[in-house]
Design a protein around this ligand. Structure first.
Ligand SMILES: Cc1ncc(COP(=O)(O)O)c(C=O)c1O
Length: 381
């Protein structure tokens, strides 16, 4: 189990999560966790600061550390020569789509989706092609027929989110194989954001997209980092992995300046996490499996009208609040009347109306407090 931090100490944190709202609001809106870092990461960061090792970032050691982590955790053999340094995953989305697609090209996203996907695709001057997930038999499912139609309609890229934020769905190998066939048939590229993959929980298996076969490797790029699984988002370090040698050559045209925007402390922390953070991560996964169950119990007790499919990966709960009668953005009422800040459903695209997202990467006590505050907002309605 990761070391917990009490609420008084969390309130002293200077991260976005703890500064965005007044102090009487309990924040659970952003994907940041409330634990101490693994000791291997803390030691590596202390060592860097104590020895003045704070210059520009160099990717040395990072590619090898990622390759060994990918092999151990996901049985994915990565050639370190195909690993590029980035400051963060969303910079990777911008750069990769910038190189691999042209103005006006269609980019498929599966709504509801991590809101920056929608903004970045639009800001890049690409055309958003929404293929909503379907909710069937208590599970969020890809709509492969609609995906085929989107490619047939001219989409040139698929910005995949696997595991999916906000639903926590882990896509199966056969679903990914089907996407690979379609993308290849229509000459499209697939950019796979796998930032939540190390957080895949017991009962599910993460399959890296570019590892499903030669087709996917040929047209695929993976983006990932330690920022979600090890809570290092503020240190600015991520990687992009080209699935194949031809794709590596296409990505080699990215500006050198992109890698220099990464932070050296992020590289140092990520190397330590990927090399030595496995036991800590295992403890975290056990805790997340507990809070995932707690969420179901808490909702059953306090808010039985809310729909919740426990995530297969990660620490995000995508809550269907439509039966509470709080309108399109229930997070507004939870904030105003319950003093708890959740993710706004409509930000995740049109299918997010009536939903809210809760960050469960916290202690069991704080999770209980989050749900109790949500319930109190409904009593005050
Ligand atoms: C799916 C997904 N992609 C990207 C990010 C952001 O990553 P970064 O800070 O490395 O840009 C997040 C953060 O929550 C995320 O959930």
């Amino acid at each position: 189990m990761p070391d917990m931090v009490d609420l008084a100490s969390l309130a002293e944190r200077r991260s976005y999560k703890w500064r965005a709202f007044p102090s009487d609001v309990l924040p659970a809106f952003v994907a940041e966790m409330d634990f101490l870092l693994p000791s291997c990461v803390r030691e590596a960061l202390h060592q860097a600061v104590d020895t003045g090792d704070c210059g520009y970032a160099s990717a040395s050691q990072l590619a090898e550390a990622f390759a060994s982590f990918a092999s151990e955790r996901h049985r994915w053999e990565v050639d370190p020569a195909r690993v590029f340094l980035l400051p963060d995953v969303m910079t990777g989305v911008d750069e990769v789509l910038g190189v691999l697609t042209g103005p006006g090209d269609g980019v498929i996203v599966n709504t509801p989706i991590y809101p920056p996907f929608l903004r970045h695709v639009a800001n890049l001057g690409r055309r958003l092609v929404e293929v909503p997930l379907r909710h069937e038999a208590a599970r969020w499912e890809l709509d492969l027929e609609a995906t085929a139609a989107a490619f047939a309609g001219g989409a040139r890229a698929y910005l995949l989110c696997n595991p999916h934020n906000p639903t926590g769905r882990v896509l199966s190998r056969s679903e990914l194989e089907r996407i690979a066939e379609l993308a290849q048939r229509f000459g499209a590229v697939v950019v796979s954001d796998e930032i939540h993959a190390p957080l895949t929980l017991a009962g599910s298996v993460h399959t890296p997209y570019v590892a499903v076969g030669q087709l996917a490797a040929d047209h695929g790029v993976t983006l990932t980092s330690t920022s979600k699984a090890f809570n290092l988002a503020g240190l600015k370090c991520a990687v992009m992995v080209a699935g194949s040698e031809p794709m590596r050559r296409r990505l080699a045209s990215l500006p050198e300046a992109t890698a220099f925007r990464a932070g050296l402390l992020g590289v140092i922390a990520s190397v330590a996490a990927w090399r030595d953070g496995g036991p800590w991560l295992d403890g975290l996964l056990e805790h997340l499996a507990t809070v995932r169950r707690d969420m179901a119990d808490l909702l059953a007790r306090h808010l039985p009208q809310v729909g919740y499919d426990p995530p297969e990966a990660g620490y995000l709960a995508w809550l269907d609040c439509r039966r509470l009668g709080l309108g399109d953005d229930p997070s507004a009422a939870f904030l105003e009347r319950g003093r708890v800040a959740l993710g706004h459903g409509p930000d995740f695209g049109p299918p997010g109306a009536g939903f809210a997202r809760v960050t469960m990467g916290t202690s069991r006590e704080i999770l209980a407090e989050i749900v109790e505050r949500m319930a109190s907002a409904c009593q005050h309605a």
